[in-house]
Design a protein around this ligand. Structure first.
Ligand code: ZN
Length: 417
């Protein structure tokens, strides 16, 4: 054979959604399509009879996709999936009480509560609990997950969290888990008892060099906001990270516009995330600088955000958008399908725009050009939905449509349908 021999065939779907835009069709629908996979990569997408004419399919495992929809695996580009303990008590009390009333009960809240529980947890405990969550994310169709540190807030505990990321990534080669992309977020909050200036110096002079020399992360991220890192601190940290070879992300404009998104445009960061208070002019600068906007509808829902982000204005500015879960102790979801449902109903994305942001956009927000769509040569990260109509994925609220998940050419998830 002139071509590699197909090892897997997803055959005769109602539609294959390649997520390769074609004319007016943002998600590249191929009605009645099939997907041929050779090893870890996609070989071809098209009608079955075309593939059968071009390739020897006799060695391929066949997944019958009749009555089903085939789409790229989700790329969840913003998560805090590694954390110790749970903040369920805080969350439940906040249903009926204000944050101040919850704090008055003496219950630890927020990032610092998670810091205590994460510091107290062993590396093994953090690994096991994150692997549990990641397994369920895979069962909901997610094949790549970004994972941030940021609950250690000291050299020792930040490195511990990043080693957990590394172990999760290694485990994903052998077990049914998504691929993991590691981000260093030492600048998530100021640890109690450490003067801010000293902590920023520690991040720049101790943490970033250690993270880079131990190859524990590809990205550096900073939370710029009132009571967190200011613009000057954020700039110093991210310039040091870039100098050390890390790619850049930023939590910007979530509760206050302090210049974080303008800095993202200026430095050409890979992504700017949240963007609740971002001005239209800044959106245009982000678009021009090629910065992907990462939007997380379920964290806005979980915290009852007073100022939801404006996805339509961002699209009008020309920005590329990504959708992400932002799974964290303050807002816990493992389902990108649920994220799409909220992105459409609450933030006025079309179903096609939501799928594109959850796949192609996610890959762009992680600077990954080998996944996010179904095209020859890309990784065979694929999900199969037990749905007859694509739009059912945003219509059937809270439903998990996933019947099968393929990661790097291996079937890693098969559910009864
Ligand atoms: Zn975050």
């Amino acid at each position: 054979m002139q071509y590699p021999t197909p090892t897997l065939l997803l055959k005769n779907a109602v539609e294959v959604l390649t997520c390769l835009p074609a004319g007016d069709d943002l998600i590249g629908r191929v009605p009645g399509g099939s997907v041929a996979v050779a090893g870890e990569r996609i070989l071809a997408v098209g009608p079955y009879h075309d593939l059968a004419a071009r390739y020897d399919l006799s060695q391929a495992r066949v997944l019958d996709c009749s009555g089903k929809i085939v789409a790229p695996g989700f790329v969840d580009s913003h998560t805090h999936v590694v954390f110790g303990g749970s903040r369920v008590r805080e969350y439940a009390l906040k249903m009926t009480r204000t944050p101040a009333e919850v704090r008055a009960l003496g219950i630890p809240t927020g990032i610092l509560a998670s810091m205590e529980m994460t510091r107290a947890a062993s590396e093994e405990q953090l690994f096991e609990s994150a692997a549990d969550r990641l397994r369920r994310m895979l069962q909901h169709g997610t094949t790549t997950v970004e994972s941030k540190s940021g609950y250690g807030l000291s050299l020792e505990h930040e490195l511990k969290m990043l080693r957990v990321n590394q172990r999760l990534k290694e485990a994903s080669a052998r077990h049914p888990l998504p691929d993991v992309v590691s981000t260093f977020l030492g600048a998530h909050a100021f640890p109690p008892g450490v003067p801010p200036k000293r902590y920023v110096d520690e991040i720049i002079h101790d943490m970033i060099p250690a993270v880079v020399s131990q190859n524990l992360a590809g990205f550096c991220d900073v939370y710029i906001d009132e009571g967190y890192f200011d613009l000057d601190q954020t700039r110093r940290i991210l310039l040091a990270a870039r100098q050390a070879g890390l790619k850049l992300k930023i939590h910007a404009d979530q509760y206050a516009a302090l210049g974080g998104s303008e800095l993202a445009a200026e430095l050409g960061m890979v992504s700017a995330d949240h963007l609740n208070y971002t001005a239209p002019e800044t959106m245009r600068r982000l678009a021009a600088a090629g910065v992907t906007g990462v939007l997380m509808p379920l964290i806005d829902f979980a915290v009852q955000h007073p100022h939801p982000f404006d996805a339509r204005a961002m699209l009008a500015s020309g920005m590329t958008l990504a959708l992400a879960t932002d799974i964290c102790p303050g807002g816990w979801t493992e389902s990108m399908q649920l994220v799409m449902q909220f992105a459409c109903r609450q933030h006025r994305l079309s179903p096609e725009e939501a799928l594109y942001a959850a796949t192609v956009g996610g890959a762009k927000a992680l600077a990954l050009n080998d996944r996010g769509a179904l095209a020859p040569g890309l990784l065979a990260d694929i999900q199969v939905w037990d749905l007859l109509t694509f739009e059912d994925v945003i219509y059937r609220l809270g439903h998990n449509a996933v019947a099968k998940v393929v990661r790097r050419g291996r079937v890693v998830e098969e559910r009864e349908s």
